[in-house]
Design a protein around this ligand. Structure first.
Ligand code: HEM
Length: 124
């Protein structure tokens, strides 16, 4: 299959394939399957998120930190590594190499800042 670029079509395809893997993963799957009832809506939101991040389209208007905070009791740094591992596998399989690398770098940076917000918050 032809490798994809970072455009609407490529990002939509990537998001769909990634969350199919996440849902099938024995550790990550239950967290997502419990939290998300409307999968088409979630996939649309995540495609907008990646479009905003990689193409600066401004389509995503949400707040990732509180969305993850809600699930903090179930999410660990190890799970973030697992998420990033699946992201690396999926982007390597589907995207052109430079696109895959850029998506992996960006995800790693976002995962770090999410973890700082989630696990290292100092309550004054
Ligand atoms: C939303 C889990 C890592 C981006 C969500 C939701 C869950 C979740 C359960 C739905 C929240 C809800 O509405 O109840 C996880 C887990 C992760 C992880 C278990 C790793 C262990 C990441 C990373 C990114 C990301 C690394 C970005 C690179 C998002 C975005 C949303 C979301 C943009 C939508 C937030 C909104 O509602 O606006 N995630 N996530 N997640 N996640 Fe993650």
């Amino acid at each position: 299959m032809e490798l994809k670029r970072i455009d609407d079509e490529g990002l939509g395809h990537l998001v769909e394939a990634f969350y199919a893997r996440v849902r099938a993963d024995e550790e990550l799957g239950p967290i997502f399957n419990d939290a998300i009832s409307d999968w088409p809506e979630h996939l649309g939101k995540l495609t907008d998120f990646w479009s905003s991040v990689m193409l600066t389209t401004g389509r995503y208007k949400g707040q990732p930190v509180p969305a993850h905070m809600k699930h903090r009791s179930k999410i660990t740094p190890e799970l973030f590594e697992r998420w990033l591992g699946l992201w690396a596998e999926t982007t390597d399989a589907l995207m052109e190499p430079a696109a895959a690398r850029a998506l992996q770098d960006k995800a790693r940076r976002i995962a770090q800042s999410l973890q700082l917000a989630m696990f290292f918050r100092i309550d004054a």
